[in-house]
Design a protein around this ligand. Structure first.
Ligand code: NAD
Ligand code: WQD
Length: 344
């Protein structure tokens, strides 16, 4: 029997896909989520895919007594994956304290309880946002960390520093920090996917909502960047590929496969795609048109960033495998499923 894994934010977008992969790999999972940005029905989707309903505690990770009760109720937790965080860049500019409090107190509570309850390791969700606008692409884990341009981004930088300081101070556990590029798509079963709140700020949910007619047209933010077609370039990584990397990271920590107490990996495909290329790929893959127009640049956007994923490829033996056309089809199938269920 594999040890139990605590997944914070496990009913969220990336968390739910990761719970599926953990359960498929034989790990019993307990989720803690306060449902601030997700829905309890996600558990049904996970159960339909895997045949197993993960244990679920509705609670807030900033509440240390709730965490303690969870550990009392579910003994034997040996690993934590910490997805729980507030993640909207724009909102973080309006409500910085909410972001610092939620994201940092969550992490610090988890680090405290890990030492107390003999948890062997924590996987932390970081972001390519730590690289800001890189001087050179693709970015490696050694690329410079740029000053954060939002409180959200700053919480990721500070979180990485907190983990590093705590482990360097001799904490009795390991950590794997995963820097995600742009996670997109949904589970191919269309049982789980991304559930954006209100008007989506991110490209793919806005694109699929436009394709289905909820939005009139997609605005492409700028075509005058220094890129081949003038639109911004990102590294779009399939959410199921991303989820699988977490299972490998957990195994690595629990089996003491690395002498390092703290490791950092970029999780991306290594391919940069422009906004216009992505729209085109979606249209070709699904046969559905996306009405769009070019508008001005969005304040604060990075011109281009994509990953060098060699470190994860070589050390974790992990590689993004899903062709982007398949990812676009899964994103579309999920949007259609939301319509079918009358959600959107
Ligand atoms: P999400 O909002 O879908 O999932 C986060 C989950 O955490 C939600 O279910 C929310 O209800 C829960 N949550 C938030 N604060 C909580 C708290 N204090 N206690 C308990 N539950 C709490 O977001 P996601 O896209 O799945 O992102 C997961 C993680 O990955 C986040 O840490 C995010 O910053 C990071 N990340 C996301 C992206 C992305 O583009 N989606 C990119 C890089 C990094
Ligand atoms: C992608 C591209 C937009 C919407 C954000 C966070 C980052 C990380 C990932 C968490 C950009 C363009 C978008 C639209 C558009 N998250 N776009 N029209 O900005 O790369 O990163 O998510 O850590 O921290 O900042 O993602 O999906 O918002 O944008 O043209 O309606 O799509 O300009 O080039 P981004 P995104």
């Amino acid at each position: 029997m594999k040890p139990r894994i605590l997944v914070t934010g496990g009913t969220g977008y990336i968390g739910s896909h990761t719970v599926v992969e953990l359960q498929n790999a034989g790990y019993p999972v307990v989720i803690i989520d306060n449902l601030s940005n997700s829905n309890v029905e996600v558990l049904d989707g996970i159960e339909r895919i895997t045949g197993i309903r993960p244990d679920f505690v509705e609670a807030d990770c900033t509440d240390i007594s709730a965490l303690k009760s969870l550990f009392d109720k579910y003994p034997g937790i040996k690993g934590i994956i910490n997805f729980a965080a507030s993640k909207a860049v724009g909102e973080s500019m309006q409500k910085p304290v909410l972001y610092y409090r939620n994201n940092l107190n969550t992490l610090m509570n988890l680090l405290d309880i890990m030492a107390e309850r003999e948890v062997k390791g924590i996987v932390f969700s970081s972001s390519c946002t730590v690289y800001g606008e890189p001087d050179v692409n693709p970015v490696t884990e050694q690329s410079p960390i740029k000053k954060a341009t939002s409180p959200y981004g700053n919480t990721k930088q500070i979180s990485e520093e907190i983990i590093t300081d705590v482990i360097n101070a001799g904490a009795p556990f390991k950590s794997v920090i995963l820097r995600y590029f742009n996670p997109v798509g949904a589970h191919p079963s269309a049982e789980i996917g991304e559930l954006p709140n209100g008007v989506p700020q991110n490209l793919i949910p806005f694109l699929t909502q436009t394709a289905i007619g909820i939005r009139k047209e997609l605005s492409v933010f700028g075509n005058d960047y220094n890129t081949p077609d003038g639109s911004c370039i990102r590294d779009y990584i399939d959410v199921v590929d991303l989820a699988k990397a977490h299972v490998i990271a957990v195994e690595r920590m629990l089996d003491d496969k690395s002498p390092e107490k703290i490791e950092i990996f970029n999780l991306g495909t290594g391919n940069g795609l422009s906004v216009l290329e992505l729209i085109n790929t979606f249209e070709t893959a699904t046969g559905v048109k996306v009405p769009h127009k070019i508008v001005g640049r969005r304040a604060g956007d990075i011109e281009k960033v994509w990953a060098n994923p060699m470190h994860a490829n070589e050390v974790l033996g992990w590689k993004a495998e899903t062709p982007i056309a398949d990812t676009m089809r899964s994103a579309w199938a999920w949007q259609c499923k939301l319509r079918e269920r009358g959600i959107m």
